[in-house]
Design a protein around this ligand. Structure first.
Ligand SMILES: [Zn+2]
Length: 356
């Protein structure tokens, strides 16, 4: 059976690595702006009046370096998300978008410290997002938990503050922490004290590592240090991991899951072809590889289903591999055992129907 987009969209999937602010289509951002008497504009004050202008700005010339200028590129979205109302609506919309792509569970992430420009506290920001996700879940039946992230460009003081805030919501919708943003020059060890705050908690840890570290060696070092020093349960991206057998063994031994983001890596020029990720090798080594969307609304063909189809095309994968990738994402979710079982059952029910 050929794996068409239509079939993959029907499969009940989990997305463990999506940035909430990169998951809202322009038409929805535009609606939210209108309803809240705001405008979508660049940091310099140019209004982005339509989807074309938005894409040109966010993913236009030079966008593949956007991790180093992430605040400018994301400003049109972050600038909108400065009130409780807009954050709630973004959260609600995020869950509705998941539903459209056949996602039954997601861990959306965002960094609360980007949303305090107009006076909200980080607690206001997190609470508004949790309310929005809950409203979306009630409407759709899709469950979305929250991962609280911080950008690597912040000082250690602010990083610790973000993690302390996340800890207040442990067991109330926040399931983990994450470190993202500009990787080159900002190695994980610098942020160990912030991650350490969670070591005795139930919050789980993920880290962007090996995405854009400046060199292959530094990528591999960042992956290793995220595991050893930050005690990451999952690694986001890990672009060069398949080139290092010893590190792959460490990943498998420690049961560290891999949140791969193939279309994002290709779009942002971190790889030249999807095969560079070595997903076949990682899967056969026993690593818990899963496929994720990263920022599905920021570039064409970015949805989770489209990521699956792109991977199947590049690696000649069929349903068997898709089953394994989906199963890995259920197992690696920061969700309860019971919830993971429900996801697996739902997947089994739909996939066996599609196979017959
Ligand atoms: Zn990411």
């Amino acid at each position: 059976m050929a794996l068409s987009l239509r079939i993959v969209q029907k499969l009940p999937k989990a997305d463990l690595h999506s940035h909430i602010d990169g998951s809202i289509p322009f038409r929805e951002l535009s609606r939210i702006a209108r309803e809240n008497h705001r405008e979508i504009m660049t940091r310099r004050g140019s209004v982005l009046a339509n989807a074309g202008a938005f894409f040109d700005f966010v993913t236009g010339e030079g966008y593949h370096t956007f991790l180093s200028e992430i605040l400018d590129r994301f400003y049109p979205i972050l600038g909108l998300m400065q009130t409780e109302e807009t954050i709630r609506e973004v959260g609600r919309t995020y869950v509705n978008e998941l539903k459209k792509d056949g996602i039954i569970y997601a861990e959306g992430r965002f960094a609360p410290h980007y949303h305090t420009v107009e006076g909200m506290t980080q607690a206001d920001v997190i609470e508004s997002m949790l309310e929005g996700l809950k409203a979306g879940s009630e409407e759709t039946g899709v469950h979305a938990n929250l991962i609280v992230a911080f950008g690597r460009e912040v000082g250690i003081g602010l990083a610790e503050e973000v993690v302390s805030q996340a800890l207040r919501y442990e067991g109330r919708g926040v399931v983990g922490i994450d470190i993202g943003g500009k990787e080159a020059g900002n190695p994980p060890e610098r942020f160990q004290s912030a991650f350490k705050l969670t070591f005795d908690s139930r919050l789980r840890r993920t880290a962007h590592a090996g995405e854009d570290a400046g060199s292959v060696d530094q990528s591999l070092r960042n992956i290793r240090n995220s595991i050893m020093l930050l005690r990451a349960d999952r690694i986001g991206h890990a672009v060069n991991l398949a080139s290092d057998r010893a590190l792959m063994s460490l990943v498998v031994e420690r049961g560290v899951a891999l949140e791969m983001n193939p279309v994002s890596n290709l779009t942002l020029h971190h790889i030249r072809s999807l095969r560079e990720l070595g997903l076949d090798l990682l899967l056969s080594s026993g690593a818990a590889v899963c496929v994720n969307s990263d920022d599905p609304a920021l570039w064409p063909n970015g949805s989770l289903s489209e990521n699956f189809v792109a991977v199947c095309d590049a690696y000649n994968f069929g349903l068997e591999e898709v089953d394994a990738l989906a199963s890995n994402s259920f197992s690696s979710a920061f969700a309860s055992h019971e919830e993971k079982e429900v996801m697996r059952e739902e997947y089994k029910r739909v996939s066996s129907r599609l196979k017959s």
